[in-house]
Design a protein around this ligand. Structure first.
Ligand SMILES: [Fe+2]
Length: 242
């Protein structure tokens, strides 16, 4: 089987629930086995922090999990656990300047799974969609050039800035470099799949949060991989966190 490309849009869009506003900012996280209780808990949560109706959201989350788990490569055991997160935000200026980045490694891989393309799936229920650049050699070399230019710890540069300042300088520089770069088009209800932890993983950013936003992502792995992720993040496995 050929490896999955770093970025793709799933062929079937997901029905999006009627949702017009968020009540407050919050985040839902779950690391654990894929189970029916997940859509139930996620929809119960979303109905308390948005104006969406619980049964409609449950059906969306169910469809999202079914479509993405089916698309994910690997045997049943290799993708029976997941990390699902839902971000609910109010307008802010935080991403007025995009934060172009690639996602790093999310969990310790099971033996023999190091070379598998691991991906994350994203679906926007309300507001702007994630900004994503079509992965190609030019984009990746621009990121590398930017890091070499701004991260003094990678080069023989003198230390002129703190690490935070260097990250901010790189962020501003990439915002200019990628201002007119072609972006991946993600339509209403479309699920975007993008790899993480690889050299050619797609460069993406949170969108400018000019309006209320509700955004869902999921990734899959084996139970031991997701337990490893919990160890890295110091969170509990099989618990609804919000
Ligand atoms: Fe990211």
């Amino acid at each position: 089987m050929p490896p999955q490309p770093p970025c793709a849009i799933l062929s079937v869009p997901i029905a999006i629930p009627h949702l017009t506003s968020t009540i407050r900012e919050s985040t839902f996280n779950y690391y654990g086995p894929v189970q029916s209780l997940l859509a139930f808990e996620a929809s119960k949560y979303l109905a308390t922090v948005t104006d969406a109706a619980e049964p409609e959201v449950a059906s969306t989350i169910n469809s999202f999990i079914l479509a993405t788990q089916t698309d994910c490569i690997g045997s049943d055991d290799e993708k029976d656990s997941c990390w699902l997160t839902i971000r609910v935000t109010k307008p802010s200026k935080e991403f007025e300047t995009p934060r172009w980045h690639q996602d790093g490694r999310m969990f310790p891989y099971d033996a023999g799974r190091e070379d598998v393309v691991h991906s994350k799936y994203a679906l926007t229920l309300l507001g702007p969609r994630t900004l994503m650049l079509q992965p190609d050699a030019d984009i990746l070399s621009t990121v590398q050039r930017g890091e070499a230019k701004h991260f003094w710890w990678l080069q023989e540069h003198d230390r002129e800035l703190t690490e935070d300042e260097a990250h901010t300088a790189l962020r501003n520089w990439l915002a200019v470099e990628f201002k007119y770069e072609t972006r991946v088009k993600v339509g209403h209800g479309e699920v975007v799949r993008f790899s993480w932890g690889r050299e050619d993983s797609p460069v993406h950013s949170e969108p400018d949060l000019m309006v209320d936003r509700v955004f869902v992502t999921v990734l899959y792995g084996s139970e031991s991989e997701l337990r490893g992720m919990c160890d890295w993040r110091n969170v509990e496995y099989e618990k609804f966190i919000y």
